[in-house]
Unconditional design. Structure first.
Length: 99
């Protein structure tokens, strides 16, 4: 087992190979690598990114306006429902005023 020298492919070599393949495919594409992507650039693409979010170059997610508004609305409704439940439970335990 130790007599054989094994030269394994490093992570750098694997990533470089993938990048070379992607660059070759992009060079073959007539519109610069955006094959099958409609509305991905220009004003409409920017508007889409603002509304629905985007993914950064390293894979980070950036929230859009629609997502942040929905998250805020759900948070507000959740806290209102939680407040009503707590009021009901504490009111029944401590015997709050009856109206």
């Amino acid at each position: 087992m130790y007599e054989k020298t094994v030269d394994r492919e490093s992570a750098y070599e694997k990533i470089k190979g993938r990048a070379d393949v992607a660059a070759a495919e992009a060079a073959k594409s007539p519109n610069g690598g955006a094959a099958g992507e409609s509305g991905s650039g220009g004003i409409l693409g920017g508007l889409n990114d603002v509304l629905f979010g985007s993914t950064g170059p390293r894979g980070g997610k950036h929230e859009g306006l629609a997502q942040s508004m929905a998250k805020s609305a759900v948070r507000t409704m959740g806290s209102a429902v939680g407040r009503e439940i707590i009021r009901g439970v504490l009111g029944s335990i401590f015997g709050g005023k009856r109206r």
